[in-house]
Design a protein around this ligand. Structure first.
Ligand code: 8YV
Length: 327
């Protein structure tokens, strides 16, 4: 029988996934669930045939240059691949896979939760009750803004963007989007979505912005200080994508000066660090990168990782192979 590939996993995964991996592969788990140090990561990459990293592992050109000859596949546990230098991986003949599709609906759900939480002051209200300072109902108490009838501008109309649009339609929002290219007319028709070729123009006309694009060199600080200023003062931003897409300092300044109404953020530019000024603001909702954090989703992600490794080890192209050209 074929020798089993040595698979090194950098973080704890759901039990069923770890068990299955141990059966199928010569698998080494990282039993303490902390991000590996860069030195341990390099050591793993020197030894492994297959590395299973997550978003918390930085696999840049320097790290890749120290990989061992055996390393042929990086089967990432997650959809975003901005933590991996795809070009360097390709140049070294290392394939990269991710886990798209299985966390679309969960991430879209969390996007909606944030989209509602912000204008309806959900977390502020919860803080009020917990503080014991709630004095009872009042006609003017805890007034927020309705989202029904508002304009939602989605940046990035891939799987997650479309799943957000589908839900948002049900909440009575009108759907607008900016994307590198227009989506298929049938999808546009189904979502009753309006395409904006110019992001600047879209920004200036929206009530809510949802960031759903990947982080790539082209989308780094896509919402720059200049672009954020195009938003009107009642507009708010939801980000379940990557913190790097928004200039977090500029956003914090504008939230502090109330030049925009609010932001609901599941992701940050320098995770797990969060700009301390954001923590002091009432017009923000802050979550610890949990957009896709469901048990069902994590198991489905693990199953994808397993299929990708198995297919690769059997000598075929894995189903979720990531190519630079995709971004
Ligand atoms: C995961 C994510 O938690 O898949 C992604 O891109 O951001 C999250 O859903 C993380 O990536 C796991 O590696």
């Amino acid at each position: 029988p074929q020798k089993k590939p040595l698979v090194i996993v950098t973080r704890r995964l759901p039990d069923v996934i770890e068990t299955r991996m141990m059966e199928l592969f010569d698998c080494r788990l990282n039993l303490d669930d902390r991000p590996m140090s860069q030195a341990d990561l390099v050591a793993a990459m020197k030894e492994a045939d297959v590395l299973v990293p997550t978003v918390t592992d930085r696999i840049d050109a320097g790290t890749l240059s120290q990989a061992g000859e055996n390393l042929r596949l990086i089967a990432s546990f997650g959809t975003g691949v901005d933590h991996i230098d795809l070009k360097s991986a390709r140049q070294r003949g290392i394939s990269v896979t991710n886990t798209p599709g299985v966390l679309t609906e969960d991430t879209a759900d969390m996007t909606m939760a944030l989209m509602l939480a912000l204008p309806r002051r959900l977390t502020e209200g919860e803080r009020l009750v917990r503080s014991g300072e709630w004095t009872g109902w009042s006609p003017t108490g805890m007034l927020g803004h309705r989202i029904w009838g508002k304009r939602l501008g989605i940046i990035g109309m891939g799987r997650i963007g479309q799943a957000v649009a589908r839900r948002a339609k049900g909440f009575g929002l009108s759907i607008h989007y900016h994307n590198r290219r227009r989506v298929h007319p049938d999808i546009e028709a189904e979502l009753e979505a309006t395409y904006w070729e110019s992001l600047d123009q879209m920004l200036s006309r929206m009530d809510i912005i949802s960031v759903n694009c990947p982080h790539t060199p082209a989308t780094f600080h896509l919402l720059s200080a200049r672009r954020l200023k195009l938003l009107h003062e009642n507009a708010c931003i939801v980000n379940t994508s990557r913190g790097e897409v928004i200039d977090e300092n500029a956003l914090t300044r504008m939230l502090t000066s109330k030049e925009i109404a609010g932001a609901a953020l599941d992701v940050f530019e320098h995770e797990p660090a969060v700009n301390p000024k954001l923590l002091k603001l009432d017009n923000v909702v802050l979550l610890p990168h949990m957009g896709s954090a469901t048990i069902e989703g994590r198991i489905a992600m693990g199953e994808k990782v397993i299929i990708n490794i198995k297919t690769f080890a059997d000598g075929h192209t894995p189903p979720d192979r990531v190519l630079e050209a995709m971004f």
